[in-house]
Ligand binder design. Structure first.
Ligand code: ZN
Ligand code: ZN
Length: 412
């Protein structure tokens, strides 16, 4: 009997560990996979910039080992031009060109971009800009050809907004020259950059903790933000309807977000080492606003602050809860059930009222994400879409390279 070819569900795929690199003296702050090469570039707190190439033995060996004057906090690599921009703890950004065989790197220029540690550096080829943010709470961009500073953003309003900022995370949308800056306060700020000035477009807030990761999907025009509050928010900027969908699938702070446009998957990593791969092909709904009521909207029993009804009916006041599906204010007894609601972003079981619990079908309960364990505390994550490779670097000073594949695939 001929086997019927079934399309494989995404649950069939998972990250399979293919390599480990573990000879660092300190944490690797950023590492990226070199597309089309069997190579990795790393910058570390141990002040080294290293390029690793896979040898015949299957092991990664450094083809470049370069020591910088200060710990390296961040890096950006452009594969087309092989330009490598390294940000350091002393506020300096250094730009290198890596040779075609990845055996040599040549310094092009260095400049003092910030007064404190550089937190993010980003090279934008289309504009020849090197964008960086620093612990000095400034956002600056330099011309990568001349090394001249083109602009800096540090207005009075910025200071008020960012009074508690110690880390900024930024992503850049080339087409419209908008920069998204995630802040310590939980806000995301959108800046519009011109050649030599920039203006504040808007700020929005949805997180209750610091924004720790941002990822922009230029096709769908959706921004993903991750936070120390364990949640991810998907901001539909292109749709212009103000939709913001929360994704709940982590139990620790979000450390990295990557988007795979070809498979429409969002990959998120949290500090506890968990990797969640979200299927973004499904249509999710926003969670309802929580309704206010002085009594349970199911059984009409008064909540504890409703003294009058408590007195009149000689009832004991109850604590108010909210059904995550319908948003109604309900008592504990009327919301004793828990359910996942993946189409609202809840991959974990949450409180629902008894009525909603009955109405949720098994199909609606089916997970829309897969959960994996990297088995190290993730500090940084990078996804290389052409081969579906994933890189995680950990607080344990180890880089792990994974291939995201069907579980039965043999890796050589
Ligand atoms: Zn009730
Ligand atoms: Zn309900």
């Amino acid at each position: 009997m001929a086997a019927v070819a079934q399309p494989r569900p995404p649950q069939d795929r998972k990250p399979v560990l293919i390599s480990k690199i573990d000879s660092f003296q300190d944490v690797v702050n950023t590492a990226v996979i070199i597309p089309k090469e069997d190579g990795v570039i790393s910058v570390s707190q141990d002040r080294t910039v290293r390029v690793w190439l896979k040898r015949d033995s299957g092991q990664y060996w450094p083809s470049i080992y370069h020591t910088m004057p200060a710990p390296c906090s961040c890096m950006s690599f452009n594969p087309e031009t092989r330009r490598l921009s390294v940000g350091m703890d002393n506020g300096v950004v250094s730009e290198f060109t890596v040779s075609e065989d990845y055996n040599k790197m040549t310094l092009a220029r260095s400049y003092q971009a910030h007064q404190g540690a550089v937190t993010v550096v980003l090279f934008v080829l289309e504009m020849e800009w090197v964008i960086s943010t620093g612990q000095d709470k400034s956002f600056t961009w330099h011309c990568s050809e001349s090394g001249h500073q083109l602009g800096v953003y540090r207005t009075a309003a910025w200071h008020i907004l960012c009074i508690s900022i110690n880390k900024l995370f930024v992503r850049f949308d080339v087409e419209t020259r908008h920069a998204f800056v995630g802040e310590h306060s939980g806000q995301v700020t959108i800046l519009k950059l011109e050649q030599d000035n920039c203006s504040l477009v808007t700020t929005f807030k949805g997180h209750t903790g610091n924004v720790t990761a941002l990822c922009w999907d230029p096709v769908q025009r959706v921004l993903f933000s991750g936070s120390t509050d364990h949640s991810i928010i998907m901001w539909d900027i292109g749709g212009r309807k103000g939709t913001a969908i929360e994704l709940q699938g982590h139990n620790d702070k979000i450390q990295g977000l990557c988007y795979a446009p070809s498979t429409r998957q969002l990959i998120s990593c949290s500090a506890d080492g968990k990797i969640v791969v979200w299927n973004m092909d499904v249509k999710r709904q926003e969670t309802p606003e929580w309704l206010d009521s002085d009594s349970c909207q199911k059984c009409q029993q008064p909540f504890f602050w409703n003294f009058k009804q408590m007195w009149d009916s000689k009832k004991i006041g109850l604590r108010q809860h909210h059904c995550r599906k319908c948003g109604q204010a309900v008592c504990g007894k009327c919301s004793s059930q828990r359910s996942t609601i993946p189409l609202m972003g809840f991959e974990f079981a949450v409180r629902v009222c008894d009525e909603c619990h009955k109405s949720i079908t098994d199909e609606e309960r089916a997970p829309t994400a897969t959960f994996h364990d990297s088995k190290h505390t993730i500090a940084y994550v990078h996804y290389e879409p052409t081969r579906s490779w994933l890189l995680t670097s950990g607080m344990d000073r180890v880089i792990k390279v994974w291939v995201y594949t069907h579980t039965h695939t043999q890796i050589n």
